[in-house]
Write a protein that binds this ligand. Sequence first.
Ligand SMILES: NC(=O)c1ccc[n+]([C@@H]2O[C@H](COP(=O)([O-])OP(=O)(O)OC[C@H]3O[C@@H](n4cnc5c(N)ncnc54)[C@H](O)[C@@H]3O)[C@@H](O)[C@H]2O)c1
Length: 268
Amino acid sequence: MDLILRENAFLGETHIVTGAAQGIGFAVAQALARHGAQVAMVDLDAGRLEEARSRIDEAAVEPLVVPANVTSEEDVTRAVATVLEANDCINGLINVAGITRDSRITKKSLEDFNLVLAVHLGGTFLFTREVAKQHWHPLFKANGNSPLEDGLNRFIVNFSSVSARNGNIGQVDYTAAKGAIESVTRTTAREFSGYRVRVNAIAPGPVNTPMLAGVGEQGIEAMKRATLLGKVAEPEDIAATVIGIACPRVSGYTTGQVFAANGGLYMA
Ligand SMILES: NC(=O)c1ccc[n+]([C@@H]2O[C@H](COP(=O)([O-])OP(=O)(O)OC[C@H]3O[C@@H](n4cnc5c(N)ncnc54)[C@H](O)[C@@H]3O)[C@@H](O)[C@H]2O)c1
């Protein structure tokens, strides 16, 4: 893939990407690896992760494969410990993993509602907590509870969606989770300011990934028409925005914000 920033902009950094086996998570892992980061690729299935790792192109450092279910406290605790054993620093966390279980409220089961919240909101919380608990907070304590001014890049990028603000029929669970993730982003930015972690979210519009598979051709055409730019994004477009948020040269003074990447579908 083409560079977005300078060569090796993230060399020496370790970034965890959840949902990295396909779609946007894979594109984010690819873009970070292309810029020199060691990427820890997290997803449900070890086989799919190995296959995804084999498709990563021009990585300066071989990505790690860390299978974990983001809804499992045990898995997430172990995944973060595994990354720290391999490389005793974590610079970035990108919480991408997600699912949909679309149906209108009258037909929605509590089980599906809870599962969608557990993956998006619960997974974001668990990874955020564990990276801070196992790594950033101990650094802060060792620094006499003083802000970390070591100049290292530290950041979180959470995944919201345009539908958090715009609503979407069939997605009461998904839109609730995404709205909550935007709030979680602001609270985490406040709590982690002493760790000098920039915490932001991205809210994409429609993106051409397996998540859109059920929408059908007519639905995709309607989505394109709803944007000002007349198209659905590719995963690489969203990954490029993540690269800009991750880079302290581009976004070093930005924290607690939600970046809209929706082609003008919604303007707030
Ligand atoms: N595609 C879009 O149009 C769109 C729009 C706005 C926001 N988003 C958000 O972007 C993110 C990525 O979406 P995508 O389109 O790439 O989806 P996708 O379905 O292509 O990929 C999601 C990945 O998450 C993984 N995953 C699901 N549950 C998991 C779990 N419990 N533990 C670990 N991994 C798990 C899946 O295995 C899959 O590899 C999601 O948070 C989604 O809500 C997508």
